[in-house]
Design a protein around this ligand. Structure first.
Ligand code: NAD
Length: 501
């Protein structure tokens, strides 16, 4: 790593070593809490992506990882997990500095990361192949094999966690990976690549090309050597990536946008529901795909719930993300702040009421992208603030008269990623869960994850699943071997009539 005017300059991570861009370009990474310059990072173009894919292709082909014994891959992935764990405090601080999320949140989130590598190492180590009920005197065994080179495009909101959800199963299954992290938050991904290298993951197996989506991202999506594309990002990016994957006939997994309903049933404890709804909405300043941004409450309880939510929202401590007492940091960038401001204005014009927030806070750094936790009431389901993904600390309270109407509102949207149900009656919640069109449903909780959970959305929230056994299988393909246990047929030696059933 070199420096420029005292600021670090980071290259790509290709074939086990740091490399500048072929044309020497770099871009800036800034701290969203105060605007300071954190680093200069290599701006990748088609040549850099081609180099990384070439390294991955060669590494996959020579079997240094794909044909390593599963026992050894398992051992190295566990070593990788231990090495991550050893530097978690530093990773959390760097992630918090780049994303703007409070250190308290980052520590909680990154603390889960090592277990993803351990889980998928164990999945690979214990995976059993199948023997099918093939008719006749045959043995058909089905082996799962890796895909080859896979491309992973990650967003800025949870850079390391989302990468880990893709990288851990991809590596465990024996693939070679090229990652294109978000241009806003590439630094922890580069650090992770170095940790992987030091832990013994062979050169060429985990490559990182930094840069922008339209150039480096697009180059990754159009190279025919890439056998799978895995994107977490916006729904419109998903359409672009899925189209390119279609042209190359490669697999694609897309984890896209959301607008999760938080459904408060009439028997719910309102204090718990209010705590849950504010947690669902404001963690990460609302910049999560599963943010609970539509609170559905029975009309008779709306005032009582809103009063409790507003009280809680007003106590959320806004400030420097690195201060462990801070509960809400800035948005990641100026465009994200301006988008939030624009949507709050749209909500006002649409006739909704701002019950709290709706402005930038006082007493924070003037160059930071801070916004107050905002709760809208008097919201109708068709309003844009209730339909569009805002990706800021803004939630809408909508009322329902009966459960059918609650279901209609919850499902009446292009997205289908997540939902939560708040109730004292688990059976009722489970029945309601069956009627919701989304891939992830929490009952009396929100945001909770696990490596074993199949994660993904319905409708415009995405296609395919990440993590869990399903996520692992999506990084493999089957190979069917059919063994004839008898003498082979000499087809042309006889004119025997073939029966039809
Ligand atoms: P984004 O779509 O702008 O970018 C995601 C990644 O794709 C980045 O690395 C970007 O550089 C790349 N990219 C952008 N355009 C591209 C193109 N034309 N070709 C190839 N690559 C391209 O998303 P973002 O703003 O970084 O992240 C926020 C979005 O991600 C939100 O919509 C959010 O809902 C979604 N998200 C979804 C999940 C989930 O699990 N479903 C999780 C987190 C975030």
């Amino acid at each position: 790593m070199t420096t420029l005017n005292g600021v670090a300059v980071h290259g790509h991570h290709i074939d086990g070593r740091e490399r500048p861009s072929a044309d020497g370009r770099t871009f800036e990474v800034r701290n969203p809490a105060n605007g300071t310059l954190i680093a200069h990072v290599a701006e990748g173009g088609a040549a850099d992506v081609a180099l990384a894919i070439g390294a991955a292709d060669a590494a996959f082909a020579d079997g240094r990882w794909s044909r390593m014994t599963v026992r050894d891959r398992h051992r190295i992935l566990n070593r990788f997990a231990d090495a991550i764990e050893a530097v978690l405090p530093d990773l959390a601080t760097l992630e918090s500095t780049c994303v703007g999320r409070p250190l308290r949140e980052m520590r909680a989130q990154l603390g889960r990361i090592p277990e993803f590598y351990r889980y998928f190492a164990a999945v690979a180590r214990t995976a059993e192949d199948a023997v099918t009920p093939f008719e006749g005197s045959y043995l058909n065994y089905v082996r799962r094999v890796p895909l080859g080179v896979v491309g992973q495009l990650t967003p800025w909101n949870h850079p390391l966690l989302i990468l880990t959800k893709k990288l851990a199963p991809a590596l465990a299954a024996g693939n070679a990976v090229v990652v294109k992290p978000s241009e806003l938050t590439p630094l922890t991904t580069l650090v992770l690549a170095q940790i992987a290298h030091d832990a013994g993951i062979p050169d060429g197996i985990f490559n990182v090309v930094t840069g922008f989506g339209a150039e480096a991202g697009a180059a990754l999506c159009t190279d025919r050597r890439v056998r799978k594309l895995d994107l977490t990002g916006g729904t419109e990016t998903g359409r672009v990536v899925a189209k390119l994957a279609g042209e190359n006939l490669v697999r694609v997994t897309c984890e896209l946008g959301g607008k999760a309903p938080v459904i408060v049933l009439p028997d719910a404890d309102l204090d718990r529901a209010a705590a849950g709804a504010t947690f669902a909405a404001f963690i990460a300043s609302g910049q999560t795909c599963v943010a609970g941004t539509r609170v559905l409450v029975h009309e008779s309880q709306a005032d009582a719930l809103v009063e409790r939510m507003v009280r809680r929202a007003r106590t959320i401590g806004i400030g420097d993300p690195l201060d462990l007492a801070t509960q809400l940091g800035p948005l990641v960038s100026r465009p994200q702040l301006e988008r939030t401001e624009r949507y709050v204005e749209i909500g006002r014009v649409e006739g909704a009421t701002v019950a709290c927030g709706g402005r930038r806070p006082d007493g924070v750094h003037a160059s930071g992208y801070f916004y107050e936790p905002t709760i809208f009431t008097n919201v109708r389901a068709e309003m844009r603030i209730a339909q569009d993904e805002i990706f800021g600390p803004v939630t809408c309270v909508l009322t329902y008269r009966d459960l059918d109407e609650a279901v209609q509102i919850a499902n009446g949207i292009q997205f289908g990623l997540a939902a939560s149900i708040w109730t004292g009656d688990a059976a009722r919640a489970m029945k309601l869960a069956q009627r919701l069109e989304c891939g992830i449903i929490w009952i009396n909780d929100h945001h909770r994850i696990d490596p074993s959970l199949p994660w993904g959305g319905m409708k415009d929230s995405g296609m395919g699943r990440e993590t869990g056994l399903e996520g692992y299988r999506e990084y493999t393909q089957t190979k069917s071997v059919i063994v004839n246990l008898d003498d082979p047929v000499d087809w042309y030696a006889t004119n025997e009539v073939v029966r039809l059933s």
